[in-house]
Design a binder for this molecule. Structure first.
Ligand code: NAP
Ligand code: MG
Length: 493
């Protein structure tokens, strides 16, 4: 009798998920999203003077989550007036008192961490494991860190102290809505400024929920005002005469238009813009570790990351091996419902962003690069894109030059360290880079030669509130986090 054919999958298949079926593991905590949000001005939610609202939908399944107020110029003006009035007493408050508010905000956010994580995932589409383990704890960490500085401003620069600028207008993008809010608010408040903040149109919900934390913390009315809307609302925030400084995080294109609008006004400006980071892997690198770093570098938050390692530069001698390891690893990534705790790659933030990713990927194919996507079943409703690799990419290809801001990795090769530096720096951006090698001396040499605000060594996408973050060239100027970040919200006196 012939031996019965084994139905047991090979160990390798089991390991890499070809045959495993996962049971759904949805996060079940309620997000407490209101059906409608007004504008948060002078400590209260108010109806917009425009009387207009827009729908906020979930990219997870395209269901409507809430209605968000559309702020017009008169609403933005009311927010600035409230902030200017609040500045008079807030800026005079001793640092020890301001610190108490910041500590209270941080603790209240920690208390409601699960609720905020679910709201962030529903609104923006990122996997719940990321909003739970990264976005919300890091946002709280920024408030804790800056609470610690509020009464120590005399020690930032020896012999000098920091004086607040006044009312600061802040505009943030949709990729890390709550975390970008924290990056902006915490240093501004610690240094004694008051704020008018505009979240991105597609992801306003956690900022509006955050307003209730400010109320619970007893923050004086007008110290933080939140105006929602699209680009026009942002432009009204930029152009208001009471703004002493604009802090913007978003695209290079809009950043340039803001720089033009502010030229000659005397207003301070910081810009945190796009990127096209090189993640450089040398032949002596610990390869399995590097593969994890490459995967995290590009697929974290669906690649909606300004500092994403979107250009892999791999030494020619190991290129084949790295590519085959990456293909195997890609098969085990689970793309789908972001509320599911098994999900690695969640929903693309909006239909518009999905269209842009599709256009750039089609361009990569048309220009002759080799596309690889693992077989994966995407949900029928919602905005999804499979994790994607392009090999045989040339420096001249659009996928090697333009920011895709999606789960798409372009793979290029190099032979010598000099060529790696040359290729890595051959971009209009300069936000971040990664170096993978066994040699400490090579790490130090590379990090001085790479024109990037952050260089990670044998790691990628690591953040800490004490570590300044920001760019060179068309990635912008100014720093967020650390002592350097405080200096961007103050005059040295
Ligand atoms: P975006 O279109 O520039 O939008 C960013 C913010 O600016 C949003 O709140 C947007 O409002 C607002 N806005 C749009 N037009 C405006 C105008 N004319 N005046 C003032 N504000 C305006 O960028 P995005 O596509 O949302 O975000 C992705 C980009 O941000 C990527 O390029 C990414 O690299 C960059 N980014 C950089 C960092 C960093 O730290 N360097 C961090 C995260 C993201 P609406 O969304 O409501 O239109
Ligand atoms: Mg949304």
């Amino acid at each position: 009798m012939p031996a019965k054919k084994s139905t047991r999958p090979a160990a390798r298949e089991l390991l890499f998920g070809d045959l495993w079926e996962y049971d759904p593991a949805p996060e079940s905590a309620p997000a407490f999203i209101e059906p409608r949000y007004g504008l948060f001005i002078n400590g209260k939610f108010v109806a917009p003077k425009t009387r207009k609202y827009f729908d906020s939908i979930s990219p997870r399944n395209e269901e409507k989550l809430s209605e968000i107020a559309l702020a017009g110029a008169a609403d933005v003006d009311a927010a600035y007036q409230a902030a200017a009035t609040a500045f008079v007493s807030w800026s005079k408050l001793p640092g020890t008192e301001r610190a108490k508010y910041l500590f209270r905000i941080a603790r209240l956010l920690q208390d409601r961490a699960r609720e905020f994580a679910v709201a962030e995932t529903l609104d923006g589409g990122k996997p719940i494991t990321e909003s739970r383990d990264f976005d919300v704890p890091m946002a709280a960490a920024h408030f804790f860190y800056h609470a610690g500085w509020a009464d120590k401003l005399n020690y930032v620069t020896p012999g000098r102290t920091l004086a607040p600028l006044g009312v600061v207008g802040q505009i943030i993008p949709w990729n890390f809505p709550l975390l970008m809010l924290a990056w902006k608010l915490a240093p501004a408040l610690a240094t004694g400024n008051t704020v008018v903040l505009k979240p991105a149109e597609t992801t306003s919900i956690t900022a509006l929920k955050f307003a209730s934390i400010l109320q619970d913390a007893g923050l004086p009315p007008g110290v933080v005002n939140i105006v929602t809307g699209a680009g026009e609302t942002g432009a009204a925030v930029v152009n208001h005469p009471l703004a002493a400084k604009i802090a913007f995080t978003g695209s290079t294109e809009v950043g340039k238009s803001i720089q033009r609008a502010l030229a000659g006004t005397g207003k301070r400006l910081t810009l945190e813009l796009g990127g096209k980071a090189a993640n450089i892997v040398f032949e002596d690198a610990p390869l399995d570790q590097a593969v994890e770093g490459i995967i995290n570098g590009i697929f974290f938050n669906q690649g909606h990351v300004c500092c994403a390692g979107s250009r892999l530069l791999v030494q020619e001698s190991i290129a084949e091996e790295v590519l085959s390891k990456l293909k195997v690893r890609l098969k085990s990534l689970r793309t789908g419902d972001p509320l599911d705790k098994n999900t690695d790659v969640g929903a693309i933030n909006s239909q518009a962003q999905l269209d842009r990713i599709r256009e750039l990927v089609a361009c990569g194919v048309a220009e002759g690069a080799d596309l690889y996507q693992p077989a994966c079943k995407l949900p029928e409703k919602g905005f999804y894109f499979p994790p994607t690799l392009f090999s045989n990419v040339a420096m001249s290809h659009r996928i090697a030059r333009d920011e895709i801001f999606g789960p798409v990795l372009s793979i290029l090769t190099f032979r010598t360290p000099e060529e790696a530096v040359e290729k890595a720096n051959n971009t209009r951006y300069g936000l971040s880079a990664g170096v993978w090698t066994d040699k400490g001396s090579r790490i130090l040499k590379m990090s001085t030669e790479l024109k990037a605000g952050v260089v990670w060594a044998n790691s990628f996408n690591k953040f800490d509130p004490a570590s300044p973050f920001g760019g060179y060239k068309e990635s912008g100027f100014g720093r967020e986090g650390g002592k350097q970040g405080l200096l961007d919200y103050a005059n040295l006196i």
